[in-house]
Design a protein around this ligand. Sequence first.
Ligand code: FE
Length: 195
Amino acid sequence: MPSDPALRVKALESLLVEKGLVDPAALDAIIDAYEHKIGPRNGAKVVARAWTDEAFKQRLLQDASAAIGEMGFLGRQGEHMVVVENTEQVHNLVVCTLCSCYPWPVLGLPPVWYKSDAYRSRAVIDPRGVLREFGLELDAAVEVRVWDSTAEIRYLVLPQRPAGTEHLSADELADLVTRDAMIGVQRLAAPGGRS
Ligand code: FE
């Protein structure tokens, strides 16, 4: 009997598909929605609020679990949150070297690459190289900090607010915030496309 939950899920899925009970394309669509759309929207709202409400941002950096709890986004796998802020001098990157710990209530389901051996090992050994593969070339003067998630602590990156967004509302700002930026493998671009 396979003990790995991923194997058991795969076996269940195969059985359901074989019996004609689920459509694999529909399953993929649901997973995709949780990975990209539904899940990370909560995190994006937290980020947008931090950008527009300085007092909230300070609370978020001091005690992320309490501040995120104010917005109602706590839950399983998000009980002990830490938010790390990107600045001109510091870029933060989140990984789970041991397995795939991830802040579900604010980011949804982890992407496949987050769970891969390659990302988990290389994010620590060569974070700049990994970021380059994501298309992010950091200036040598920028310090890269890598945060290793555990079952106890889950990290969320507070990305830098893109230039030229002063006129946007919190809702409009939230639309700019991506999952990848909150993991730390991307920098957010201004609405015009300039980063
Ligand atoms: Fe883990």
